[in-house]
Design a protein around this ligand. Structure first.
Ligand code: SF4
Length: 386
């Protein structure tokens, strides 16, 4: 998504270009074909011809996922060059950008936000409204709509996912079976089915809401839909839960990272779990402190999770990870609700640890599609002669 957004923006500044050349580096190159990065960029530059250079072993600049766009006229003289990075969740950072300029709120740490909320007697969602203005609710309503649309489409679609791994969609069958089994199994079947539905849509390249990324986009909608099924909930209450989730995701993005290429899957699935756990507590009527506790647990219990997508496709292990993170998010929310919200390790501490852990994880396990499960599956295929 980020390379596509970057290409669209670059196209607007180079409308006379007769050809584009794109250089992709590091994990963006290693997983680019599986993530359909070349297709997304070519579509953004269409109808102008685009050539690609892939440098999976090389990285440039300060951030992961670097890319360079070059625009040429028909001579071919180089008209313009742009260098930037895909930093997760569809966001782009151009070379020379100051990350601090992109912080939406005055405070990025939940501890500071908690203090402000305590002193003003407000909730997290009221804090969001304070800085974003009332128009945020209309925006979040459209986000909610798209989440529901993606989830519903995923539940009603069957067949094999594209990419050549032969992974069959599971959401639809799981959902239908869950409706038959009975009340006690609803969470065990329904909630993962919701998460699978969205993650399978993402694997097909269909429209999803990045929450916080495409790879982890199934967790938050699944938890919100599941809680909505259980408790009578208004649209505005759902939007408030999204606002809380956004505040949590923003804190992780600003103080650590939501990029699998930078910190491993803990930054994608772990962050999604934290966001969903916080949103669930909000929907269940919990306090700010219980929300912070649930988010802390959601991230803490994914620390160290590596990013090792088989064949660079966002399918194995990504799709099932969405389902298990959704289940864990709901458990974290219930755990926090049963407590008074007091705990020792703060959410901000865990974010800091996640960042450090991510940097300590060997590069192989940060979206190279060459380590962990990605490597094991290749071996298995070779050994079995497939
Ligand atoms: S394994 Fe990697 S690609 Fe898959 S969801 Fe996790 S971070 Fe994203």
């Amino acid at each position: 998504m980020a390379p596509s957004n970057a290409a669209k923006a670059f196209r607007q500044t180079t409308l006379t270009a007769a050809k584009y050349n794109v250089k992709l580096f590091g994990s963006l190159a290693a997983t680019g074909k599986g993530h359909l990065t070349d297709v997304a960029i070519s579509n953004a530059f269409w109808p102008v011809e685009t050539t690609f250079e892939w440098y999976p072993e090389k990285t440039i600049g300060k951030y992961p996922n670097p890319m360079i766009f070059e625009a040429y006229d028909s001579s071919p003289n180089c008209l313009s060059v742009w260098q930037g990075y895909s930093i997760g969740g569809g966001a782009i950072r151009a070379e020379g950008d100051d990350p601090k300029e992109n912080c939406i709120y005055v405070h990025s740490k939940l501890t500071d936000i908690l203090s402000v909320c305590d002193s003003k007697g407000i909730t997290f969602w009221e804090y969001v409204e304070l800085y974003e203005g009332e128009q945020i609710w209309e925006f979040l309503d459209t986000i909610l709509d798209q989440m529901h649309k993606t989830l519903t489409q995923g539940l009603s679609t069957e067949g094999v996912l594209p990419g050549g791994l032969g992974v069959a969609r599971k959401a639809s069958a799981m959902w239908r079976k869950s409706t038959l089994i009975g009340e006690n199994f609803l969470q065990k079947g329904m909630l993962p089915a919701y998460a699978l539905a969205v993650a399978e849509e993402n694997a097909c390249g269909n429209l999803v809401v990045t929450a916080p990324t495409c790879g982890a986009s199934g967790v938050l909608p699944a938890v919100i839909k599941y809680v909505e099924d259980q408790i009578p909930t208004s649209r505005i209450q759902l939007s408030r839960a999204l606002a809380v989730a956004g505040l949590i995701g923003n804190s992780i993005k600003y103080n650590a990272s939501i990029s699998g290429a930078e910190v491993g899957c803990q930054g994608e699935i772990g962050a999604a779990c934290a966001m969903a756990a916080g949103a669930a507590v909000q929907l269940m009527g919990g306090t700010n402190r219980q929300i912070e506790y649930a988010a802390e647990m959601g991230l803490e219990h994914h620390l160290g999770l590596t990013c090792d997508p088989v064949a660079g496709l966002v399918q194995i292990p990504c799709i099932e990870r969405n389902a298990f993170a959704a289940t864990r998010a709901l458990d974290c929310a219930r755990f926090a609700l049963f407590s008074d919200g007091n705990h020792r390790v703060s959410f901000d501490d865990v974010v800091k640890v996640m960042k450090q852990t991510g940097h300590d994880i060997p590069h192989l396990y940060r979206e190279t599609a060459a380590g962990g499960l990605a490597k094991a599956y290749k071996h298995k295929s070779r050994n079995s002669g497939e």
